[in-house]
Design a protein around this ligand. Structure first.
Ligand code: NG6
Ligand code: CA
Length: 501
């Protein structure tokens, strides 16, 4: 009798665990979206009704972090569950850089490989910026480029190689450039030689009259090949028929998501959806122009929010009601970032800090660099309209999702990721005890311990009490040298810790 009851309990537990597995797991990753860039987080100038609606269904995090304050290493960290500094040279990649993620089956488990192995149909759509290809030869963009998303666990992919301000300005579907005319092969160069590097190359210097008004004048890094009226970082020739049209990127990506969701026919899916918004160049579709009160930068945030609405509509329309949906951004905000697109003026006129109430933003080690919007909603599991002050990191997604889907992570993988599933689902109020924050460049690191924040470049150190001083203006390292020393040592331990793995 006892045994039967026990067996029934076990069966019930297994059934419950089975039932608790979401039908869809979606990570919606915005680019350069700051803490104060949405109405959800208090912006009076940028209406984001779709993010508001998501937050009404789940948990809005107030102390959530990207791993670093720039793109590539943050994405690396989210997908591997390791701090970015574990890998050498983990910084913003050129558009022709090689893949930096561990390959599926190579002994290190990543989030997409885990999801695929757990039976989810996996897709990466949108901005990639984790490199493509291997070896020392330049990438040949005229045949299938690999390794890439597929080799790290994404069964299907529709991506831009890097950023919208970098060549190649094309999409790749499962490794092949979409719409490429074989008679017009594509060639990419990140040569640092003075431009034009090819005879007849059209750059911001040779043909400034071809630039959209706000593309004039780009800075020294963004003034290379002109494509679709915008000069880019890097050089591209050929591939004309394949070039994207900037103002259509958001629509194209939303449509790709719709197709992936529709074709999955209710099977479990894992979608890693990365917008090009609100990164430069800020080139919204005309229907979004003027929809914010903050110029083009605000308008692309409205466009980003609309994309969010479209992806959620697709899920609902195709029966994916049981979706664990995670919304966040890869780093903090930046106002002027290479193009004179009027953003600085608009923000100065409105007196808005897109990282409000924090200091800094993209590239920096201040809270504005990595403290980003994050909303997690899973109907029936997350409390509605909740907020959480727990300290959480995108690095924790890997193990938290593993725990939610009941996957046992093997030894040696996802070493910096913590199972914060209960926190992310709003069932627990606390998160991490400590967190390493990384800047975009330079040697400064941040170390959070509760509301204390240490900032150090290895030699100098500053200490802030965020509970009293959210703007990180009052350095108390000398008056609290005991604590500063303790935190320095803890940071050092954390950095050393996984070297042994
Ligand atoms: C920087 C670019 C910036 C942006 C960034 C990458 C300059 C001066 N700045 O090098 O415009 O492209 O790289 O952004 O060129 S990220 O969000 O992908 O990290
Ligand atoms: Ca970014």
């Amino acid at each position: 009798m006892k045994r039967a009851v026990f067996a029934m309990a076990v069966c019930a537990a297994i059934a419950a665990a089975g039932a608790a597995k979401p039908q869809a797991v979606v990570i919606f990753y915005a680019d350069d979206l700051g803490y104060f860039d949405t109405s959800t987080y208090g912006s009076q100038h940028i209406p984001t009704p779709n993010l508001d609606a998501l937050a009404a269904e789940g948990v809005k995090f107030l102390d959530a972090h990207s791993a670093t304050s720039v793109c590539t290493p943050s994405r690396y960290s989210l997908l591997t569950g390791n701090y970015a500094f574990r890998r050498k040279n983990n910084h913003i990649l050129d558009g022709d850089a090689k893949l930096i993620l561990p390959l599926e089956g190579g002994g290190v488990l990543t989030l997409p490989a885990m999801m695929r192995e757990a039976g989810y149909r996996t897709a990466a759509i949108g901005k990639w910026h984790l490199g493509l290809g291997a070896g020392s030869e330049p990438t040949d963009w005229n045949s299938r480029v690999s390794p890439g998303p597929r080799e790290v666990g994404f069964e299907s992919s529709y991506i831009m190689a890097a950023t919208a301000d970098r060549v190649p300005c094309v999409f790749l579907r499962d490794g092949n450039v979409v719409g490429l005319d074989p008679a017009d092969p594509i060639e990419i160069s990140y040569s640092r030689s003075p431009d034009p590097i090819w005879e007849g190359e059209i750059t911001a210097k040779t043909n400034p009259e071809l630039l959209k008004w706000w593309g004039r004048s780009a800075d020294k890094q963004h003034d290379k090949t002109i494509i679709d009226g915008i000069s880019r970082i890097g050089h591209q020739r050929g591939g004309k028929a394949a070039n994207w049209k900037g103002e259509d990127i958001a629509d194209v990506l939303a449509e790709e998501a719709e197709n992936f969701i529709a074709s999955s026919e209710g099977k479990p899916i894992f979608l890693y959806f990365c917008t090009a918004d609100i990164h430069v160049p800020r080139d919204p579709h005309p229907r979004y122009k003027g929809k914010s009160q903050l110029g083009l930068r605000g308008d692309v945030a409205v466009q980003m929010d609309d994309t969010l609405g479209k992806v959620r509509d697709s899920l609902a329309r195709h029966g994916y009601l049981d979706t664990l949906f995670i919304f966040t951004s890869d780093n903090g905000p930046v106002v002027g970032d290479g193009y004179l697109d009027g953003a600085r003026m608009a923000y100065a006129a409105a007196n808005v800090n897109p990282a409000h109430p924090f200091t800094g933003g993209k590239y920096t080690i201040y809270e504005g660099g990595t403290r980003v919007p994050m909303v997690v909603a899973w109907p029936g599991h997350t409390p509605k309209g909740a907020t959480s002050s727990a300290l959480v990191s995108q690095t924790d997604f890997a193990r938290s999702i593993a725990s939610i889907i009941g996957y046992e992570v093997p030894e040696g993988s996802m070493g910096d990721s913590q199972d914060l599933s209960q926190t992310l689902l709003g069932a627990r109020a606390t998160g991490r005890d400590t967190l390493v924050e990384e800047a975009g460049w330079g040697s400064w690191r941040g170390f959070r311990m509760g509301s204390w924040k240490l900032m150090t470049d290895g030699e100098n150190a500053k200490l802030f009490d965020l509970a009293q001083d959210v703007t990180e203006t009052e350095d108390v390292a000398s008056s609290r040298s005991d604590l500063a020393d303790f935190m320095k040592a803890s940071l050092r331990d954390t950095v050393q810790e996984h070297k042994r793995h």
